[in-house]
Design a binder for this molecule. Structure first.
Ligand code: BMA
Length: 332
């Protein structure tokens, strides 16, 4: 699948992109990407992944990253961000060294309580985790999946009296290769999860041949839950695709619409990517170029959806579209 892909015409990138780079971070930072964003005290709060310890030149000379932590930024307009003096979350070396790092945060508010979902690399596999926070500085971990599962996003309200999440297990053993799909589970308390069901398979996405995953927390619309996803295609004939020598994947942003009452039921999947890598900050010079990884979606009062995404695993960018246009695109 090496053909060019175009972004949906109803999706507009912010002309001043990127909205956050490592130059905005007052502590060690080389790559900032994959951010959760929520409205916060009349403005916005962003929680983002920060990888540090190697510039591009240092990487090319053989140095590797020293670590990953999670940073916090605030903004009045959702565009210009001020980063807090210190990172707010770092699990590196926790649990007696079992945990390598926490990364890829998403934020959801449910009944006035804020939750952060994130991925955790451990010595025994990749896990998805949910924590709660009152102030975005202190976090209490409520649950972690068994390996291998990540890309957890929480629905912003209970459905049928249960908390509901989307997630993306990675069943390599049974399927023989990457072929990863989107699943859903529910819970009475955010700790115990079950009633797991397949929602959408990689075959539903014409621009994916490798894996798909939940992107940002679902957005409620009168026609269904709008879910921003990622969709990956792998082409072994691609050459070096970023600083990282072996990187040959392309990550696009997709979308699907789920039934309001039974969100395991797919009403439609957008057959074209919302965002395909096109701009310089998505396709050139980044750590892993051609990677767009949307993890934040903020509905605005005028019916616009702001989509925050990691571009080339290097910077954070913003795009927007009318929610109605995105729902139409899922149902076409
Ligand atoms: C995924 C995750 C993300 C990353 C993306 C593209 O598998 O590791 O953190 O942004 O790959 O490299």
């Amino acid at each position: 699948m090496s053909e060019e892909l175009k972004s949906l015409s109803c999706v507009r990138r912010y002309p001043g992109n990127p909205v956050l780079t490592s130059a905005d971070v007052p502590y060690r930072s080389d790559l900032v990407f994959n951010a959760g964003v929520i409205p916060w005290r009349g403005g916005y709060a962003m929680i983002f992944r920060n990888d540090y310890g190697a510039t591009k030149a240092e990487w090319e000379a053989g140095k590797r990253f020293d670590g990953t932590n999670i940073g916090l930024a605030f903004s009045e307009d959702g565009i210009r961000w001020t980063v807090e003096a210190e990172p707010v979350f770092d699990l590196s070396g926790a649990d007696g060294g079992e945990i390598g790092r926490a990364y890829d945060p998403r934020l959801t508010e449910i009944d006035g309580q804020i939750y952060m979902c994130f991925a955790v690399d451990t010595r025994h596999g990749l896990r998805g985790a949910i924590a709660k926070t009152d102030d975005l500085h202190h976090f209490e971990i409520l649950s972690m999946t068994v390996p291998d599962n990540r890309n957890i996003v929480l629905f912003p309200e209970k459905i049928g009296g249960k908390f509901v999440r989307l997630e993306r297990p990675m069943p390599v053993y049974s399927r023989g290769r990457d072929r990863f799909d989107i699943w859903l589970s529910d819970s009475p308390d955010l700790v115990y999860w079950g009633n797991s069901r397949l929602v959408s398979g990689v075959e539903d996405y014409p621009y994916a041949n490798d894996k798909i995953g939940p992107g940002a927390p679902p957005v409620k619309t009168d026609r269904g839950w709008l879910v921003i996803t990622h969709a990956v295609d792998l082409d072994r004939s691609r050459g070096k695709n970023g600083w990282e020598d072996k990187w040959q994947k392309r990550y696009c942003t997709g979308a699907m619409l789920l039934d309001l009452e039974d969100p395991s039921k797919v009403l439609g999947v957008c057959k074209e990517p919302l965002l395909a890598p096109e701009t310089d900050y998505e396709t050139k010079d980044g750590f892993r170029t051609n990677a767009i990884f949307a993890t934040g979606a903020v509905p605005m009062p005028d019916g616009t959806l702001r989509i925050y995404y990691g571009a080339a695993d290097t910077v954070i960018a913003l795009a927007e579209a009318k929610i109605d246009d995105l729902v139409d695109a899922c149902l076409r």
